[in-house]
Design a protein around this ligand. Structure first.
Ligand code: SAM
Ligand code: DTB
Ligand code: SF4
Length: 329
């Protein structure tokens, strides 16, 4: 580490005691000052031109019992989706191999469950083992977990568990009524205690206030250990879901949210996640400048579209960024 980098690291300690006014003050900075600060923190911990790439697969689609107002997979909304039972292991490994060939380093498997059944976990463990055997990092998102399920996933070699807080505790109950913020935090601490890396972030553009966005980041940054991956999703509005038709969030507010996440959690991989399909290349470039250093890559997220891989490859080339890296560089 150079002397300058060392100086920056000293000025960007890893904190878990962020008061809300301090976070709101970051959001209130002039845009250029905020981006400069975020980029400075970013450079203290990461290669600024390296982006980690993850690919997603929906391993169980739709018919979900929950009422998350943003989600096309809830059985309660008419979102024109074909439900699918848990996929066979072979089909998942085929998709993982294809993602690897396209350049993804992590394969994330998502299931539309409130919580998995024990027999589901057995098959998911086989998927994890198969994906790891391909030389990829593994991530799953299955909903709420029990202790024994968490331990079975750890024993199966799982690298990351994704479980998002989504928004502030106050706004959460406006968007989801079938489970609580506490439920989410409990699963997160089970995952952490089992020694699995945590992937946890949220969604913006759901009609939340500026204070809700600051509180979400405060919750994440004040966890006893920062999540190794922090996905920041822009709501993908899906017809039929309750949040369809909301006014779109100011893109610059999205960029500022990334910048504040980077400053609060200097060593975490901040992922520019869902919503890229509706973002210009220039906006994505600003997100990378603000400290995002991970993306979801591949033509599909779980059920909705993502930019085409050849477009992302062209974007990387134009920005002079390369793929690579993992969490906690
Ligand atoms: N059912 C599990 C759960 O809710 O934890 C795992 C799958 S769920 C689809 C994973 C995450 O996807 C959600 O927590 C939410 O953050 C994100 N998500 C779902 N629908 C979205 C949308 N329309 N736009 C942006 N993110 C979305
Ligand atoms: C995350 O934070 N975003 C991903 C992943 N974790 C599981 C999911 C985005 C889903 C977008 C809507 C869809 O494609 O169904
Ligand atoms: Fe179900 Fe997860 Fe979608 Fe909520 S976000 S409806 S729990 S799949």
């Amino acid at each position: 580490m150079s002397a300058t980098q060392e100086q920056i690291s000293i000025n960007a300690p890893i904190r878990h005691d962020w008061p809300l006014p301090e976070i709101e003050a970051l959001f209130a900075l002039p845009f250029n000052d905020l981006l400069f600060k975020a980029q400075t923190v970013h450079r203290a911990y990461f290669d600024p031109n390296e982006i980690q790439i993850s690919s997603l697969l929906s391993i169980k689609t739709g018919s979900c019992s929950e009422d998350c107002g943003y989600c096309p997979q809830s059985a309660r909304y008419d979102s024109d989706l074909n439900p699918e039972a848990l996929l066979p292991v072979d089909a998942v490994l085929e998709a993982a191999q294809a993602a690897k060939e396209q350049g993804a380093s992590r394969f994330c498997m998502g299931a539309a469950w409130r919580s998995p059944k024990d027999r589901d976990i057995e098959r998911v463990v086989q998927m994890v083992q198969g994906v790891k055997a391909l030389g990829m990092e593994t991530c799953v998102t299955l909903g709420m977990l029990t202790d024994s399920q968490t331990q079975a996933l750890k024993a199966g070699g799982l690298d990351y568990y994704n479980h998002n807080l989504d928004t502030s505790e106050e706004y959460y109950s406006e968007v989801i009524t079938t489970r609580t913020y506490r439920d989410r935090l409990d699963t997160l601490s089970r995952v952490r205690d089992a020694g699995i890396n945590v992937c946890c972030g949220g969604i913006v553009g759901m009609g939340e206030s500026a204070a809700d966005r600051a509180k979400l980041l405060q919750e994440l940054a004040n966890l006893p250990k920062h999540p190794e991956s922090v996905p920041i999703n822009m709501l993908v509005q899906v017809e039929g879901t309750p949040l369809f038709g909301l006014e779109a969030l100011d893109p610059l507010v999205f960029v500022k949210t990334i910048a504040v996440a980077r400053i609060l959690m200097p060593k975490s991989r901040v992922r520019l996640s869902a919503g890229r399909k509706d973002m210009s290349d220039e906006m994505q470039a600003l997100c990378f400048l603000a400290g995002a250093n991970s993306i979801f890559y591949g033509d599909k997220l779980l059920t909705t579209e993502n930019p085409m891989t050849n477009h992302d490859q062209w974007l990387f080339q134009r920005l002079g960024v390369h793929s690579g890296g993992s969490s906690y560089a």
